[in-house]
Design a protein around this ligand. Structure first.
Ligand code: BG6
Ligand code: MG
Length: 218
């Protein structure tokens, strides 16, 4: 049996936490008198906490001290942690468990490739930790997506060549990172946003077991 490396982003791919990041950032931005749209929020997806705050401040033409910057990052995370504190298996996105099971049945190595420093907490909450052979998250990288570092480390940990890896991503930055890493990119979301992905699906219910098997074989 062929072996490919299957790498999953977390927020917005495995669980619907992208909405919690959005709500937490919006609340914080409002406090700074900055407003941003859901469309602008697409630029925050997949992007590190530091880079996200830099972008929001730039949108609002604001410069702040390093001290306040650090303080705001802490506040955003506290707010976000409140949202995820109540999470359980019900917040796993539809058909993600089926696809994970199909991969397991076909003995395919699986890694997480997330920008989040909260990734392990979330995987534990939704009880998916044991599905992953490797976990690479925001604590393991020095360069945020769209830099390919997170996916290249995941490939290394799975012991699979980058060109034999397949990445599931909901963010513009993440699809760019996968493409730059020379991996197959599968966009989860809208064609209007993720047009640069090799394949695009609205969600995992549209991804058949036959499609997964074709990725393994080709
Ligand atoms: C990504 C999210 O997965 O993780 C971003 O798409 C988020 O919105 C980034 O900013 C960092 O997450 P955290 O949990 O470390 O703040
Ligand atoms: Mg994401």
């Amino acid at each position: 049996m062929n072996k490919k490396g299957f790498i999953f982003d977390l927020d917005g791919v495995i669980v619907d936490t992208a909405k919690y990041h959005f709500l937490a950032w919006q609340k914080l931005a409002k406090g700074l008198d900055i407003d941003f749209t859901e469309e602008e929020n697409e630029q925050l997806k997949g992007v590190s906490r530091v880079r996200s705050l830099e972008k929001i401040l730039a949108w609002g033409n604001k410069t702040i001290s390093q001290e306040l910057f650090n303080d705001l990052m802490g506040k955003k995370n506290e707010e976000y942690l409140n949202y995820i504190a109540e999470m359980d298996e019900n917040e796993i996105l539809p058909d993600v468990p089926r696809v994970l099971n199909t991969l397991k049945e076909n003995k395919q190595p699986i890694s997480l490739g997330s920008a989040s420093k909260n990734a392990r907490t979330i995987l534990e909450r939704v009880n998916l930790m044991s599905n992953f052979d490797a976990i690479v998250d925001g604590n393991d990288v020095t360069k945020a997506k769209p830099d390919p570092e997170v996916f290249l480390i995941a490939a290394k940990e799975l012991n699979i060549k980058p060109e034999d890896c397949i990445v599931f991503e909901d963010s513009v930055a993440g699809v760019t990172a996968a493409n730059t890493a020379n991996m197959i990119s599968i966009g989860i979301g809208s064609k209007d946003v993720l047009g640069h992905a090799d394949y695009i699906f609205n969600d995992f219910t549209e991804i058949s077991d036959d499609f997964i098997k074709s990725l393994i074989e080709n």
